[in-house]
Ligand binder design. Structure first.
Ligand SMILES: Cc1ncc(C[n+]2csc(CCOP(=O)(O)OP(=O)(O)O)c2C)c(N)n1
Ligand SMILES: [Mg+2]
Length: 757
């Protein structure tokens, strides 16, 4: 444990300092008062850890993670940066930083006890998972390093608003809505912008920190690359305590020095500093912040710190660190060092230190006592903030009718549009309506080298499926741009932008390659609102080209896998089967306030099936509302995506050949899904077939079948059946693909059998 007791000899040595020099002397720009303040924060931070450890041993809190040894760099950063002005993506050792930017010990103890009024999460997250919206401390999670890409996106968001301040504006409610707002009927308002307060400063910086071990994560390197490419004002801080739990730095980082490894990144300002020295750390941060504020690019601060309290309370570092090594570290304890410094410089004497420490102890006692009395959250609140409380995308407000243009028909253009056409059209309309929309992903731009477009040397690409074609030319390269080939970075950056109020509509080129982004989707995107108790949200849209039936798509261009995502609370999953639905649902996805995974079946992009006229710029379909493609009374078929036209074909054949009328339901959105329509139909037909393109076992149909069996058991006259892909990957050879994916004939046979059961 660190020594924080006063050494009387040091105070005697410092007492000779003259009053005059006391007044003027600055320490790397810090005044004596600031240094006393810094010590108070560091000491407070350490003693909160000590208190929490005690509370954990008394079983009054449930987890403890210390910031011990990291107080110097944290306080230095807090003093050099601006609370509520700059943005902060700290990690769990950043207690001192959080105190320095304005969080209180009481706030921290509230999280420890899991109180309802814990400002970070309302009892949902472990302690040391900071979230303080007013201070611009953005909600943190437990996966090491998943905050880093978001910090990059946060900086991008700030820059975007700085360059396009008009985008921060909030559209006026139509007058009829204003009236209803007065009545408190907010669920009718269908523009997420009404619920996003945008704040930005032209010279803001974004702080993001991580441990030395975390610098091994791929997302760290993706973030460094993106920040360097875009010259973003992000300060990356590696707090290097030499260990990641028990793994020492030389096993983690090639050559043992992260500074050396990153030194080749262009546009960066680099600092390497003893992070236990608060004054030197402050100087490093001040230089880094200046560089970023002046717009030169990102900065990297490598701070050498110590970890005196083992990794966590579950870890005993004596198992892998000998005493001598631990004692060497203890010599550099930042709290003791700063105390010594104050005494040596005559900034405080022994009495002054003693008084300060007693004040802190008294303050902490009050904070602990209050926190222990705080009420826990109500069990019935557990589902609050899984989704936006402000906008309900299943509501009637999203139920609008297509408006068919009475403009003269252009004989050269087809009257009906493909799904690809209407997706592009919807993106175009929405971008015009909402300047906060940015589109990025792999190959989505028309042409990154803009001069080629300007000189008309090229036409432009606009996506591998051409769905974003023309949007860069129309709306500018700051709104439609290519991202590096890194899916985690696409989603992670989008999350950071969305927490600032932007509406990124990003593209994952193929569903088969969504997996690098899975950590961002599962552990960040879908849970940010819930875990921060509605403190932060990130309602982005991820458009993904999905599915097979491509004759040659093979294993890695044909995947489905939607049930992996419908299994995630907090994420809306949409899967349209035709042009009109794609347009209406994409618009709902963009205007709503939840994150949406928008699955676009590649085979349907330009299919003859399901084409439609342009439905106008305000056409929307609510989520959770299925479409009855064909009414019937003999059998209910529940499906979606590319199986819809196949099932329709089968149903029509069955009617032709046997006179059996199938009720065909296209779910359109998979989370939420339209249980009411299913229940009504099954009550009428008493027979159910669930059909989907993904592999059969553990798939989306399993949930539907289970619900039908559970809730409609009395209505059934036959077992619930499924038709889906074989439990194998999609093969290249079309003969094999046909055998693997559900075909119209498979659907026909299953329908016939079930109807005859
Ligand atoms: C993605 C992920 N993998 C593993 C863990 C478990 N874990 C938590 S902290 C940690 C070590 C982190 O070390 P470092 O980045 O050096 O930070 P330090 O704790 O030393 O400050 C590990 C492996 C995790 N939280 N997230
Ligand atoms: Mg470490």
């Amino acid at each position: 444990m660190a020594t924080t007791k006063t050494d009387p000899k040091l105070s005697l040595a410092a007492s000779g300092t003259s009053a005059a020099s006391k007044k003027v002397k600055l320490y790397e720009g810090l005044t004596r008062e600031q240094l006393i303040h810094a010590y108070r924060l560091m000491f407070t931070s350490r003693r909160i850890d000590d208190r929490e450890i005690l509370l954990k041993r008394q079983q009054k809190i449930f987890f403890q993670m210390s910031g011990a040894g990291h107080e110097g760099i944290g306080v230095a950063a807090g003093l050099a940066l601006r609370s509520g002005y700059d943005w902060f993506y700290p990690y769990y050792r950043d207690r001192a930083l959080c105190l320095a930017v304005g969080a209180t010990p009481y706030d921290m103890f509230l999280q420890g006890v899991g109180a309802a009024n814990d400002p970070s999460s309302g009892g949902r997250q472990m302690p040391s998972h900071w979230s303080y919206p007013e201070l611009h401390v953005v909600t943190q999670s437990s996966p090491t390093g998943s905050q880093i890409l978001q910090a990059v996106g946060c900086a991008e968001g700030g820059r975007y608003f700085g360059r396009r301040p008009s985008a921060a504006g909030i559209p006026e409610f139509p007058s009829s809505r204003t009236e209803r707002e007065k009545d408190g009927a907010t669920s009718d308002f269908v523009d997420y912008r009404h619920f996003k307060n945008v704040a930005f400063k032209s010279d803001e910086v974004t702080y993001v920190s991580l441990g030395d071990g975390t610098s091994s994560e791929g997302e760290f390197w993706e973030a460094m690359n993106a920040a360097a490419l875009e010259k973003l004002p992000v300060i990356f801080v590696v707090q290097d305590n030499g260990y990641a739990i028990s793994v020492p730095v030389e096993v983690q980082t090639a050559g043992g020095s992260i500074s050396r490894l990153v030194s080749g990144f262009p546009n960066f300002h680099f600092e390497e500093v003893d992070g236990t020295d608060v004054v030197a750390s402050y100087a490093s941060f001040a230089r880094a912040a200046r560089y970023c504020r002046e717009g030169h690019g990102p900065a990297f601060v490598h701070a050498h710190v110590i970890r005196p309290y083992s990794h966590s309370l579950s870890d005993d570092e004596r198992l892998y660190r000998p005493d001598a090594e631990r004692e060497r570290d203890a010599q550099r304890d930042p709290v003791t060092r700063t105390q010594m410094f104050l005494l040596r410089e005559g900034i405080l004497d022994a009495n002054g230190i003693d008084k300060l420490e007693k004040e802190v102890e008294a303050e902490l006692q009050i904070a602990v006592d209050r926190a222990l009395e705080a009420l826990p959250p109500a069990p019935e609140s557990v589902l609050n903030f899984v989704y936006s409380p402000d906008i309900d995308p299943t509501s009637e407000a999203f139920d609008t009718q297509p408006v068919v243009s009475d403009a003269p028909v252009d004989a050269k253009k087809p009257a009906t549009k493909t799904m690809a056409d209407l997706i592009t059209g919807t993106l175009r309309d929405e971008m015009k309506r909402d300047e906060r929309i940015v589109i990025f992903g792999e190959d989505v731009a028309d042409c990154s080298r803009e001069e080629y477009l300007k000189r008309k040397l090229v036409k432009g690409k606009g996506g591998v499926f051409k769905l974003t074609f023309g949007l860069q030319c129309e709306y500018g390269a700051d709104r439609v741009f290519n991202a590096p080939l890194a899916e985690a970075a696409i989603v992670g950056r989008a999350i950071g932008m969305a927490t600032r109020g932007l509406k990124p509509v990003v593209e994952i080129q193929f569903f088969d390659y969504i997996w690098p982004a899975m950590m961002q989707i599962r552990d960040e995107l879908s849970v940010i609102r819930w875990r921060s108790n509605n403190g932060f949200s990130c309602p982005i849209v991820i458009r993904v080209a999905i599915g097979g039936y491509l004759t040659g798509g093979a294993i890695y261009h044909s995947q489905c896998g939607e049930s992996t995502f419908t299994h995630i609370p907090g994420l809306r999953v949409v899967f349209p089967s035709n042009s009109l639905d794609a347009a209406g649902l994409l618009r709902t996805a963009i205007r709503c306030d939840d994150p949406v995974l928008f699955l676009e079946h590649k085979r349907l992009y330009r299919e003859a099936y399901g084409r439609a006229a342009y439905p106008g710029p305000d056409y929307m379909i609510p989520f959770g509302k299925a479409k009855i493609v064909q009414p019937g009374d003999a059998l209910t078929v529940i499906t979606y995506g590319a199986v819809v036209p196949r099932a329709l074909q089968a149903a029509q054949k069955l009617e032709r050949e046997q006179g059996v009328k199938v009720e065909l339901i296209d779910l359109r959105t998979l989370n939420p899904f339209d249980w009411e329509t299913i229940a009504e139909s099954v009550s009428k037909t008493s027979r159910v077939l669930v059909a989907y393109e993904d592999t059969l076992s553990w798939g989306y149909g399993a949930e539907i079948a289970a619900r039908v069996a559970d809730q409609l058991f009395d209505k059934l006259d036959a077992p619930v059946r499924r038709v889906a892909a074989k439990d194998v990957f999609v093969a290249y050879q079309p003969i094999l693909e046909d055998a693997i994916l559900p075909q119209p004939n498979d659907l026909f046979l299953a329908m016939k059998e079930l109807a005859e059961y």
